[in-house]
Design a protein around this ligand. Structure first.
Ligand SMILES: Cc1cc2nc3c(=O)[nH]c(=O)nc-3n(C[C@H](O)[C@H](O)[C@H](O)COP(=O)(O)O)c2cc1C
Length: 191
């Protein structure tokens, strides 16, 4: 697969087919994720690949975070656009029917203080590109992280790690529009 084309053609996917993902694909994708660069090569990240009962419980947490935190805000922002609110409610309750959900956690930076969200984010980008190469869709989501991180960590039995994002993964059941990029945000100095 051509890397330039892949970078441009990968889209965030929010509707998935229910088809299962071959376990080998998931293993390959995670293996490629951990080839990302990391601060002082500490590779201090941690991934949970979740399906079954824990996934269902995670969906319940996500659904309640929507009702509790996001619905009231969205009702103000999208007063005349109930379809948008409805779409977001449905997504928060189902993660688009993704058969698998991956949770990306960060450990610490070399200073032992800050959460190494940077290295973990690079690994997630690798993960999303590797998924795309295999015909799979993903989307980085983090609304639920801000609303319910502790509850999720208790469900997953995780302590002392920072939840960076929650990534539903599966075969795409939609072809989203291409959001244009803002090249004016690149500044050239000394050229
Ligand atoms: C830091 C970050 C947070 C995001 N949070 C969400 C989210 O909570 N829910 C969601 O549906 N998409 C989320 N996205 C996906 C973006 O909406 C998406 O990348 C953007 O609209 C560009 O679309 P594309 O990925 O198809 O190019 C997030 C992406 C990033 C990088």
């Amino acid at each position: 697969m051509d890397l330039t084309a892949a970078i441009k053609e990968r889209r965030s996917i929010r509707k998935f087919k229910k088809d299962p993902i071959p376990k080998q694909f998931l293993e390959d994708i995670l293996e490629l994720a951990i080839w990302a660069p990391s601060a002082m090569n500490r590779q201090d990240w941690h991934f949970l690949v979740v399906q079954g009962q824990k996934k269902e419980e995670l969906l319940k947490i996500s659904a309640s975070s929507f009702q509790q935190f996001f619905r009231p805000k969205l009702e103000k922002t999208f007063k005349d656009k109930p379809k948008i609110i409805e779409g977001m409610r449905a997504f928060s309750e189902t993660y688009g029917d993704a058969p698998v959900i991956i949770l990306a956690y960060a450990g610490k930076m070399p200073d032992g203080q800050q959460d190494d969200v940077w290295s973990t984010s690079l690994a997630v980008q690798n993960l999303m590109m590797a998924a795309y190469e295999r015909g799979l869709g993903t989307v980085w989501t983090d609304g639920v992280v801000f609303a319910k991180e502790q509850e999720i960590n208790e469900l997953m039995g995780i302590v002392d790690k920072k939840l960076v994002c929650v990534i539903p993964i599966g075969y795409p059941a939609e072809t989203p529009k291409v959001p244009p990029r803002r090249s004016e945000r690149i500044e050239w100095i000394g050229f």
